[in-house]
Design a protein around this ligand. Structure first.
Ligand code: AMP
Ligand code: ZN
Length: 112
């Protein structure tokens, strides 16, 4: 499968990694929209939030358990935002489930 995030997960494509364990990997976004912009992905290919199931939801729970640690290590002490774009209309461009961890400044509330 030609999936850029699967290739980042298996190391075929290099990334600026900030966290990795058996289930997930986090790396700096190549086109940061905020001073700190990290992408967190399951190593297993899940297409989007619509692909979350009873079998794989523990990986998503694990991502959310680790987010405070990644945020802390990247000095997001004032807070941060988690975004996941789902599908074409949601603005998803890479069809491997991922969560944007954004911060490093006071973010605007604007959505849509
Ligand atoms: P989305 O538009 O929500 O699907 O987010 C995809 C994100 O992946 C965008 O913010 C891209 O800048 C980012 N991205 C794409 N390719 C890479 C890459 N090779 N390394 C790091 N981030 C990437
Ligand atoms: Zn993938």
């Amino acid at each position: 499968m030609d999936c850029i995030f699967c290739k980042i997960a298996d190391g075929t494509i290099p990334s600026k990694k900030v966290y990795e364990d058996d289930l997930i990997i986090a790396f700096h976004d190549i086109q940061p929209q905020t001073p700190v912009h990290i992408v967190i992905i399951p190593k297993q290919h899940i297409e989007s939030m619509n692909g979350i199931t009873t079998e794989n939801s523990h990986i998503i729970a694990h991502i959310f358990e680790v987010i405070p640690q990644i945020a802390g290590e990247n000095h997001l002490n004032g807070g941060y935002r988690i975004v996941s774009n789902c599908g074409k209309d949601g603005g998803q461009t890479v069809f491997h489930l991922h969560f944007h961890l954004m911060g490093g400044k006071k973010l605007n509330v604007a959505m849509g």
